[in-house]
Ligand binder design. Structure first.
Ligand SMILES: [Zn+2]
Length: 282
């Protein structure tokens, strides 16, 4: 039974990787999002560039093959790769951390990442599914370990970490104060709270994962931010918002209620997945 279960899960995860959405690796033009925040990812996988007077902060790179595209986008915005001083990661899954090792080598930047995700990054594995090599990614050394509430500072710009474990052990969101037409706003770079390839029960991906998800949903409901940015384009309607960007028009990325609307569907999906994995009716 155990062997059957493990084979079945391997098959599920392998299929998930093999059927990676085409937009994950589809190039797209980099663009200005708000204030000092730029989008340098692909059509489907976010990579965020935060500019400061002392250099750049890059959050996420996407799958390993996206490193090239992200680098080209940074250069297209007029920067040099050596301008990147700090690398950050929403969470240690191959579709967001896969290109970090390449970017670190090419920029010389330091990688700051959560304590909970450090092991996954430094081993290049999906914790709890180390046998599924389709989810491996190039290992990368963490130079600074981040904890909840820590500040990542460069050139007078400070991002504050919010650690919301579950999706990974050290899933990390970031808060960043931004301005638009002289008005102060708060950007929230969401880590994710989907179940994805995670086992919740009876053999959890990591001990305590179910409690972590529950605490994370409660925590996320307390976050105040009006610019909701996320690691997958479809989480925050990237295409639609980008299409609505126009001079003199309100910035479509500012939406006071979006974060509050975004979280409940993740929680509902989590409850359903937990029930299914425990063999109950939701
Ligand atoms: Zn993930």
């Amino acid at each position: 039974m155990k062997r059957y279960l493990s084979l079945a899960l391997t098959a599920v995860a392998t299929v998930a990787v093999a059927q990676a959405p085409v937009n994950w690796t589809q190039p797209t033009e980099p663009f200005h999002v708000i204030d000092n925040v730029y989008y340098v990812g692909t059509a489907g996988l976010s990579a965020w560039l935060i500019t400061t007077p002392k250099g750049l902060i890059l959050l996420d790179v996407g799958v390993p093959g996206n490193a090239d595209l992200v680098e080209k986008n940074i250069i297209r915005l007029g920067y040099r790769l050596s301008d990147v001083k700090i690398l950050l990661n929403s969470h240690a899954h191959f579709d967001h951390s896969g290109g970090l090792a390449r970017l670190k080598a090419d920029t010389g930047a330091l990688l700051a990442a959560s304590e909970g995700d450090r092991e996954a990054l430094e081993r290049g594995v999906y914790i709890g599914s180390e046998d599924i090599h389709a989810m491996d990614f190039p290992a990368v050394k963490v130079d600074r370990v981040l904890h909840d509430g820590d500040k990542v500072e460069l050139g007078g710009v400070a991002l504050t970490t919010v650690i919301t474990p579950g999706h990974t052990k050290g899933c990390t969101d970031y808060l960043l104060p931004v301005q638009d037409s002289g008005v102060a706003h708060t950007a929230f770079f969401f880590c994710s709270a989907s179940v994805a390839a995670n086992r919740l029960a009876p053999h959890p991906q990591y001990p305590g994962i179910v409690d972590d998800y529950r605490k994370t949903f409660a925590r996320l409901k307390t976050i105040k931010a009006d610019v909701y940015l996320a690691p997958h384009a479809e989480f925050f309607d990237l295409d639609a918002k980008r299409a609505r960007m126009a001079p003199g028009k309100p910035n479509p990325f500012i939406d006071k209620g979006e974060l509050a609307r975004a979280i409940p569907p993740f929680e509902k999906a989590f409850d359903a997945a937990l029930a299914a994995q425990e063999g109950r009716k939701p």
